[in-house]
Design a protein around this ligand. Structure first.
Ligand code: TYD
Length: 209
């Protein structure tokens, strides 16, 4: 027996933080022991890398360095937190995981999906979530929500231009169509309650096990 590993993905402004809280509450209410975590981050080392990669100081990272930093943070997170929790039969709910690296660095930055997956194979043994929920909104609506949320204070990656965020959105749609069993695209429009219900629908088979 192993716990269940769930990741939640989406571009900027899709309401992911609100839905993370609602999902955590629902999974706990279903009687599962739950660890909630995030990427980049989740362990002290990975949080240090998070600060490095998201901070707006200096001239910034090259695309290759950025991809390696996310992979390095993930390697620490997987081996020190995620795998041990799963081995203790806990559920792990992670705010972003490998599909963010595929969408942001692999597709939108043009580093390539195979290259990102090769880094993941080396760093994290290629670990994939049991289920990935992608919050999907038309990019225009997501941009509008992110502007309100960040009030002009977005980080280095969140602050990239609209064509970058459109590429991220398209990448998540493509990944979900390639891996429909694992990756479920969920319509993030409408009230928070309706979106939570849609997300839980996509987890019900795992919650019932
Ligand atoms: P965060 O403040 O957690 O943003 P959000 O609320 O949108 O999740 O910052 C994470 C940022 O890092 C976000 O812009 C997505 C980006 N990111 C990548 O580019 N690659 C990755 O592998 C991960 C995990 C995140």
């Amino acid at each position: 027996m192993r716990g269940c590993f769930i990741s939640v993905e989406g571009g900027e402004g899709v309401g992911k933080s609100t839905q993370m809280k609602a999902l955590a509450a629902a999974i706990t209410a279903a009687g599962k022991q739950l660890v909630v975590t995030r990427e980049p981050g989740g362990t002290p080392g990975a949080e240090t890398i998070r600060n490095l990669v998201l901070s707006a100081e200096g001239e910034g990272w090259t695309s290759h360095s950025e991809a390696l930093l996310f992979a390095a943070a993930r390697a620490d997170h997987v081996r020190r937190l995620i795998l041990p929790a799963l081995e203790q039969e806990k559920w792990v709910l992670c705010d972003r995981f490998i599909d963010s690296s595929r969408a942001y660095q692999g597709f939108a930055l043009g580093m390539g999906d195979a290259e990102i997956m090769a880094l993941h194979a080396f760093g994290s043994g290629g670990l994939l979530p049991d289920r990935t929920l992608v919050l999907d909104l038309p990019p225009d609506e997501a941009t509008r929500r992110a502007l309100v949320r960040d009030a002009g204070q977005s980080d280095r990656i969140g602050g990239r231009d609209n064509s970058f965020h459109m590429a991220v959105c398209a990448a998540f749609r493509q990944i979900s169509s390639q891996e429909p069993d694992r990756v479920r695209l969920v319509d993030a429009s409408g009230s928070a309650e309706i979106v939570t219900a849609r997300l839980l629908d996509q987890l019900q088979d795992l919650l019932d096990q």
